[in-house]
Design a protein around this ligand. Structure first.
Ligand code: ATP
Ligand code: HMH
Length: 264
């Protein structure tokens, strides 16, 4: 009988367009040789043009999905994405305390189009309850700004951003410099080790789902037993390839190609 693949759980929102959220997470997990599972926190009506509607699920539904997965199947890594409200952030942080698996926290605040995916009233719970539960937190520069007040406009500021994020308690901070000019540079540190991940910027506007994809790829690597720096390196090359292969769908920003490593 076949040995089962490593099990990875995403706790995130659904993107009806299939490019970000739960859908991006599960595709990434499959592409990287793991078994993806999901706890849906919110349903969004979303496409290449933006988010047309969002409906958080009751906390009870989030708890029930999590327990169904953990109690029977088990998890080797968890990734969190859109959590919508303070109540859901607190619910998920409490559930994470029940597992020993490494946790990748993507502190999703707004979509690429600027639509809110997290209530402003939930930010404090992200800082004080969710970040302390993270093995790795993966904010972009906008998320660094609202989490910590630190504004970064160039590569040299990434170290300062990481220190500010680490002060909230995640074991590692991976600061995504994807929104800066020039190369796409990310900085990973635990306060001692420092790792820079640099990739050429792809001049491709079809980048819907980049952040979700990177965080899920890290979770997949951790589930496979990689160290955080090894998982981040593998995730960076996976997301870079997916961005290079991103394609137009709809009239706006199309998705990255999660299947870029498979023959078509
Ligand atoms: N045009 C690009 N070319 C190459 N790499 C990119 C590009 N844009 C972003 N990246 C990389 O993609 C990864 C995700 O970063 P990004 O800053 O896009 O995340 P995000 O803003 O959280 O995404 P999302 O909008 O999906 O929430 C990082 O490794 C970043 O460096
Ligand atoms: C559901 C969902 N999660 C995360 C993102 C990231 O931007 C998005 N656009 N939609």
């Amino acid at each position: 009988m076949r040995i089962p693949p490593p099990r990875v759980l995403t706790v995130a929102g659904s993107d009806s367009g299939g490019g970000a959220g739960i859908q991006a997470d599960l595709k990434t997990m499959l592409a990287l040789g793991t078994h993806g599972m999901s706890v849906v926190t919110a349903v969004t009506a979303q496409n290449s043009l933006g988010v047309q509607g969002a409906w958080p699920l009751p906390a009870e539904a989030v708890r029930a999905q999590f327990r169904s997965v953990v109690d029977d199947i088990g998890v080797e890594a968890v990734k969190t994405g859109m959590l919508a409200s303070a109540e859901l952030v607190e619910t998920v942080a409490a559930l994470l305390d029940e597992v020993t698996a490494p946790v990748v926290v993507d502190p999703v605040g707004i979509s690429k189009h600027g639509d809110a995916l997290l209530a402003a009233s939930a930010r404090d719970a992200v800082r004080t309850k969710l970040l302390p539960a993270a093995t790795v937190a993966t904010p972009n520069l906008d998320e660094v700004a609202w989490l910590t007040g630190v504004q970064v406009s160039s590569e040299t500021g990434l170290r300062r951003a990481a220190e500010a994020v680490l002060s909230y308690g995640p074991r590692w901070a991976l600061i995504k410099g994807g929104h800066l000019e020039g190369d796409a540079v990310d900085f990973l540190t635990d306060g001692v080790e420092e790792h820079w991940f640099r990739a050429p910027r792809h001049d491709n506007r079809h980048t819907h789902g980049t952040g979700c994809t990177l965080a899920s790829a890290i979770a997949a690597g951790l589930a496979k037993g990689r160290s955080v720096p090894e998982a981040a390196a593998e995730a960076k090359s996976y997301v870079t390839g997916a961005i290079a292969a991103g394609f137009a769908l709809g009239a706006g920003i199309g998705p990255v190609d999660h299947g870029w490593m498979s023959a078509r």
